[in-house]
Design a protein around this ligand. Structure first.
Ligand code: HEM
Length: 264
């Protein structure tokens, strides 16, 4: 009857409302736990790196790879580019255990945006609901992430494959304002800036210096941004205008955090 139909519709609506409240509540609770973790262990940089490595395998042409949590599987952990990411998985394991309803894909991306915010960076709009790859058969083949020896043409090829453009390539490289390289992971050593736990625009300031600070790291892929007049101009703008960097970064990072997402 019409009445049963209406009452079913109304209970469906209230179920949906509860789901929304619960997802929002789940996000809030996991955010709190991440902040506690960062207070105890300043592991913000590796959280940004694990999220980027889950996302950065996206191939817009085949719609494969991207933010599906597949970087948690052994096969993908063993890719050379992912050396050391087990540290991030181990730090997140207790949170995943206490909040089994959050998927890995969401957990990695949320850990990254909370890390950037906690380190003084911009607030990045965040949406929950990425569907996880259930098994390692969804892992992309090795070699989709950029390499530290890449110059601009190769970096472009990789970022265009993700569906990202020159501006996004340049602004997202500013992620290296956080963290450092480790000899036993990538073979490189040291931070890009003097404040590797602060998210600011100092990465761009440092790579523009004619005399590099001997304590700091510059990869070929970092200096490659100076090879083209347009990407160089962006580097100069970001070095002199932190607000502009934050604005463009937040937009590009949101896009990165949703590459290839299948929404539940
Ligand atoms: C670290 C390469 C882009 C975020 C590293 C390391 C390398 C690297 C070699 C050192 C890993 C280690 O030894 O621990 C590259 C290349 C890129 C790129 C070739 C091409 C453009 C990005 C992007 C982001 C990012 C787009 C974020 C939006 C980070 C962070 C670390 C890092 C936060 C520090 C990790 C830590 O301190 O443990 N990257 N990266 N990178 N990368 Fe990138």
């Amino acid at each position: 009857s019409v009445n049963t139909g209406l009452s079913q519709l109304s209970s469906l609506k209230s179920n949906l409302a509860t789901m929304v409240v619960n997802t929002k509540e789940l996000e809030t609770q996991v955010r709190d736990r991440l902040v506690q973790l960062y207070k105890q262990t300043p592991c913000m940089p590796i959280m940004v790196r694990i999220a980027w490595h889950d996302a950065g395998t996206y191939d817009v042409n085949t719609n494969t790879g991207g933010v599906n949590g597949s970087v948690r599987f052994d096969v993908e952990q063993k890719h050379k580019a992912n050396a050391g990411l087990k540290v991030a998985l181990d730090l997140l394991a207790p949170i995943k255990k206490d909040f089994p309803d959050i998927g890995y894909a969401d957990l990695f991306q949320l850990a990254s945006v909370v890390a950037i915010e906690y380190a003084g960076g911009p607030k990045i709009p965040f949406r929950m609901g990425r569907r996880d790859a259930e098994g390692p058969e969804k892992c992309p083949e090795e070699g989709r992430l950029p390499d530290a020896e890449h110059k601009l043409p190769q970096l472009r090829k990789v970022f265009y494959r993700m569906g990202l453009n020159d501006k996004e390539l340049t602004v997202l490289s500013g992620g290296h304002t956080l963290g450092r390289a480790h000899k036993d992971r990538s073979g490189f050593e040291g931070p890009w800036t003097k404040t590797p736990l602060v998210f600011d625009n100092s990465y761009f300031v440092e790579i523009l210096k004619e005399k590099p600070d001997p304590q700091l790291l510059r990869l070929a892929s970092d200096l490659a941004l100076l090879d083209d007049p347009q990407t160089r101009k962006l580097v100069e703008e970001y070095a002199s205008n932190k607000d502009l960097f934050f604005e463009d970064y937040a937009q590009a990072h949101k896009k990165l955090s949703e590459l290839g997402a299948v929404w539940v």
